[in-house]
Design a protein around this ligand. Structure first.
Ligand code: MTE
Length: 314
């Protein structure tokens, strides 16, 4: 895979004065309302304007490996709603309006409805977790995410006994997402987890990286991170979470079920039909390294798949 240098930040991407003033006004309002800074920044101004978050470092859930540079994490992306080229999301995702933002909770739960992101984040402690991210294409990064455990949020909606799976949906707003004009995937982007995977303490909903709010190209304002799975399971810019008794059909499985299964666990022993998954290139490194079973998280997650034939359930 060809790895280029991250695109340089253009002058046009630097905060202009009106946006800056809008942000100042918002911060004034936020402090009047007594809302914590970390939980209340509007994505419209924060998406492309870096805002510091308040969080605790979670060492127990973090790898000690060297971090991938911020500039690389935010310049080399997969976000097909903004084009299939790795450099397009960083150039184009500034068009995404991430405020106001709401998340619809549907399906097999006692509490459902439409919830403002600000309310979801209110009084919710954030933590930093340094996770490996392994893309199915054979590259990987080490990313300091800021977020909170997905399971903590899901439990608040009181899922019932039929809630065996959780389906996630990305925003599909053609006016702001130029990639939607091409039927590369069946939009909106959809992903799913088994309920025990969703409730697993490693599974994170991220709102930031490198101590700041998520850039749009990384999935602002809210994206999933399931670090033992290939990166495509980590769905960006989530607008809907549905509890269901049926295994969700993800966009990638719908596009090509032979190549992309439901589980998508990182597994060096199961090749993608078109390439091996035994090795990966850490972005920034010259030499490839061995890919680890479950992306190195086997101790924590292997028990979820005990007794399953991982060649069949790939
Ligand atoms: N989510 C949406 N909505 N659209 C996408 O195209 N790409 C996936 C995943 N989430 C994608 C998405 C893929 S293939 C990967 S590898 C990761 O996002 C990349 O996340 P990053 O750009 O933050 O590194």
């Amino acid at each position: 895979m060809l790895i280029k240098k991250p695109a340089e930040i253009k002058a046009s991407e630097i905060t202009d004065k009106s946006v800056y003033l809008q942000r100042r006004r918002f911060l004034g309002r936020a402090s009047l309302l007594g809302i914590g800074l970390s939980a209340s920044l509007p994505g419209r101004v924060l998406g492309q304007n870096r805002q510091a978050l308040q969080f605790n470092k979670n060492q127990a859930y973090s790898t000690g490996e060297a971090l991938t540079e911020r500039g690389k994490i935010t310049a080399y992306n997969n976000y097909y709603e903004f084009g299939t080229d790795k450099y397009s999301p960083a150039k184009r995702a500034h068009t995404l309006t991430t405020h106001p933002w709401s998340v619809t909770i549907e399906g097999e739960a006692d509490k459902t409805g439409v919830f403002n992101l600000e309310d979801i984040l209110k009084n919710r402690p954030l933590e930093e977790r340094i996770y490996r991210l392994r893309c199915v294409e054979g590259w990987s990064m080490v990313i300091p995410w800021v977020g909170f455990p997905l399971g903590d949020l899901l439990r608040e909606f009181a899922p019932n006994s039929k809630a065996r799976f959780v389906e996630f949906t990305t925003l599909a707003r053609a006016s702001e997402m130029p990639g939607l004009s091409r039927p590369v995937l069946d939009w909106p982007y959809v992903e799913g987890l088994r309920i025990d995977e969703a409730m697993h303490p490693l599974t994170l909903l991220a709102v930031g990286l490198y101590g700041e709010t998520l850039p749009n190209q990384n999935g602002a304002p809210l994206r999933l991170v399931a670090p033992w799975k290939y990166g495509f399971k980590s769905i960006k810019s989530i607008v809907k979470i549905r509890f269901t008794d049926q295994q969700p059909v993800s966009s990638w499985t719908r596009a090509n079920a032979r190549e992309y299964g439901f589980y998508s666990n990182v597994n060096p022993d199961v090749a993608h039909p078109r390439w091996s998954q035994k090795r990966e290139r850490r972005i920034g490194d010259f030499l490839k390294r061995k890919t680890l079973m479950f992306n190195g998280y086997a101790d924590q997650v292997a028990s979820l798949y005990r007794g399953m034939d991982l060649k069949k359930y790939f």
